[in-house]
Design a protein around this ligand. Structure first.
Ligand SMILES: [Ca+2]
Length: 272
């Protein structure tokens, strides 16, 4: 039994190590969380601040209002979940600048991410590697320019991205888009190298970019549509399942070896 002890200890401790990464402990009540201009977080202890980076420690139900510039909100693969009721916004970035939202699952909102600028319309918002689903509007930029929407996956939203009353650029690239981008009374955003679920073109040279441009109702064009969707953010860090498999295999092997040793030591009785 001596050789099994360290393995059993690891096996007992491992679930508790993994617990903070698990989505089980979801906060059910809808709350409004504020990241205040002074940097403090109000309304939850599930967002950890480290200088200008605010990291999710678990899934959160409710809305986040960001009142601080030059910050990163890192979802770490966790979920921000709404009630689905109008006019709830997942993340409200109104009058904010230079904010990055990344690695977050954003679901069940009237508007997933909303930004309407203050006096300077160049807001420099970066929406990076999120999974945005089941919203009326996934991302809504009203009059807000100089923003980047990249590596996001959109699913089951009525309208994935809305750009309205914008003078200036917005860049939408390398996202997986399954509904459409609505542009209203605005300069045309740069839409390039996205994956569109209803694109059915060919890729004769196999470089991952379609031979023909993607058109949506003759009003929207992506000259370099991707053939494969962009990867969706993993629910757990990639090492977690590997470690779990490794530990399970080690335990199975140890138990099997011990039984084998025990069996070989026993005398074989014929005709018993
Ligand atoms: Ca090609």
């Amino acid at each position: 039994m001596k050789s099994l002890k360290p393995i059993l200890v690891i096996l007992l401790v491992f679930p508790f190590v993994l617990l903070p990464l698990s989505p089980i402990e979801e906060v059910k009540a809808q709350s409004t969380i504020y990241i205040r201009a002074d940097g403090s977080v109000e309304g939850t202890d599930l967002i950890q601040r480290n200088n200008n980076t605010y990291t999710f420690l678990n899934n959160i139900s409710g809305s986040i209002v960001i009142s601080k510039k030059f910050i990163t909100l890192d979802g770490s693969g966790f979920t921000l979940k709404g009630s689905g009721a109008y006019p709830q916004k997942g993340i409200n970035l109104s009058h904010r600048k230079n904010v990055t939202v990344k690695n977050l699952v954003i679901m069940n909102y009237s508007t997933g991410i909303f930004c309407k600028p203050g006096s300077d319309t160049r807001t420099n918002i970066t929406i990076l590697g999120n999974y945005i689903l089941n919203c009326d509007i996934g991302i809504d930029f009203v009059g807000s320019s100089n923003n980047l929407i990249k590596y996001n996956t959109f699913k089951n939203n009525t309208n994935d991205i809305s750009i309205s009353y914008v003078i200036g650029n917005n860049l939408i690239t390398q996202n997986s888009i399954d509904s459409f981008v609505q542009v209203w009374m605005s300069d045309q955003p740069i839409i390039d190298m996205n994956y569109w679920t209803d694109y059915n073109g060919t890729d004769s040279d196999g470089d991952g970019i379609g031979d023909s441009a993607y058109f949506y109702h003759d009003i929207l064009q992506d000259s370099h549509p991707l053939i494969e969707p962009v990867p969706v953010i993993p629910e757990f860090p990639s090492w977690a399942p590997m470690l779990l498999t490794l530990i399970t295999l080690t335990v199975i092997l140890a138990v099997y070896r011990k039984r084998l040793t025990k069996n070989t030591k026993q005398p074989i009785i014929l005709g018993a």
